[in-house]
Design a protein around this ligand. Sequence first.
Ligand code: CMC
Length: 428
Amino acid sequence: MSETAQLKIGDKTYELPVIEGTEGEKAIDISKLRDQSGFVTLDIGYKNTGATKSAITFLDGEVGILKYRGYPIEQLAEQSTFIEVAYLLIYGNLPTEEQLKAFEYEISHHTLVHEDMKKFFDGFPSGSHPMGQLSSLIGALAAFNPASLKQGLTAEEVNLEIIKLIAKMSTLVSWIYKKSLGHPVIYPRNKFDYVTNFMHMTFGQRTEDIEIDPVVVSAMNKLLILHADHEQNCSTSTVRIVGSSDANLYASISAGISALWGPLHGGANQAVVEMLQKIKEDGGDVDKWVAKAKDKNDSFRLMGFGHRVYKNFDPRAKIIKKACDDILEKLGVQDETLDIAKKLEEVALSDPYFVERKLYPNVDFYSGIIYTALGFPTEMFTVLFALGRLPGWIAQWKEMKTNKEPIGRPRQIYVGEVNREYTDIKSR
Ligand code: CMC
C-alpha cells in the first residue's frame, strides 16, 4: 500500500495520498481535501505549496543543487551553449548534432520581425524602461501572428510559434537597446549563431560587420544558460497560470516578463548594481550598509542576497562569481563595484543576521557586474534575464499544455465585512 498522511479535524480523520518525486521530494496531495472535508489550505506566497508536477528543473535549496532535465547546471554552464540548453529544456533531451543544426537553422530564419513593429518604438517615450517595452512588444507579437490565436493548434503549429518567439525576442531586445540610443536598428544575419547574432544586433553597426569577441560570446552564453529556468518561481508560475486559461503563448510570456520586472525577482540585477554604485558614491563603507540591511526600521535590503528556495549557496551565484573574475580579467576591465560586492559578501556571510536567516548571494549579485563589463547599461539587465529565461518559460508553458492542466484558480479565506446594507450616498 502506498504511503498516506492522516489529517485529523475534530473527530474526523482524512487519509491523504503522499506522492514522491524522482529526487525523493515528498508532498501531501490535498487536491480532494475540500470535497472531502470542506477545508482548504492557506499558504500565502505559496511558501509550502507544490503547484504542479514538473520534469524540467530540479533544485534542492538546502544543499544548493540545480539541474535542468537531470543535467547539473555546472556542466551545462561550462560545456553547453544557450541554444543547446534551450533545446534541452523545451524538448527534454540534449540534441544530436543534426537536431541542433536544424533547431539553429529554424531560429535563425525567423529572426526578422514585421517591419510595422518598428512603429511601436515611435510611440514609446524616450527613456521608457526596456522591460515595459519588451512585455508590450512580446504581447503584440500575437497580433502579428493571428494563427497563434486559434484554439487546438497542432504540435507542429505550436512548435512554429515557439521557434518564432525565441528568434524574434533576441531581435526585439537588441532593437530596444538601439532605440534607447536613438540609433538605427541592425537587422539579423543568418550566418551568425544565436548569441553572436544578438551581440551583432545590439552592438554592431549598419555599415559593416564588427568582430564579436569570443570571450564576450562565451560569457553571454553562460549568463543566459544560468538564467534559463528555475522551476516554479514568480514569473514562471505567472506564465503557467496565464497559459492555463488557454491564452496564447505570446500573452503568457508577456505576463511572465511583467512578473520578472519586480526588484524582488529579476529586477534585482539592476537593483544590485544601483546599490553597489550608491555604496561606492557614499564612500564604500560596507559595514554601514550591512547595518542598514539588518535594521528593521530601514526599508533597505541587501539586493542580490537571499532567496525563497536557496538556504545555502545559490549554485548559479558560485558560477557567476568565478565567471565575473575571469571575464573582467580577459576583457581587461577594472570595476570598483566588484571589490565592493566581494567585501559586502564577506561581511554579510560572517554576520549572524545573515547566517541565522541563511541569506547567501543569489544569481543576481554578480551578474550585473558582468553585464556592465560587456557594455550593457543597467536598465537592460532585467531584459537580458528575460532573454535567458525564455526557454524555461516556454518549456513550462508547453509542459502545462501537454499535461492538460486545469485552469489555475486558487481559493481564499474571506476576511472582509459581512452583510452590510446599502445606504444612500447623502447619509454616509
Ligand atoms: N537583506 C536583508 N534582510 C533580508 C534579505 C535581504 N536581502 N532577504 C531576506 N531578509 C530577511 C527578511 O527581512 C526576513 O527577516 P525576519 O525573519 O527577521 O523577518 C528573513 O530574511 C526572511 O526573508 P523573507 O522576505 O521572508 O524571505 P522570502 O522568501 O519571502 O523572500 C527574497 C526572498 C528573494 C524576496 C528576499 O530574500 C529578498 O528580498 N532579497 C533581495 C532581492 C533579491 O535579491 N531578489 C532576487 C532573487 S534571485 C533571482 C530570482 O530568481 O528572482
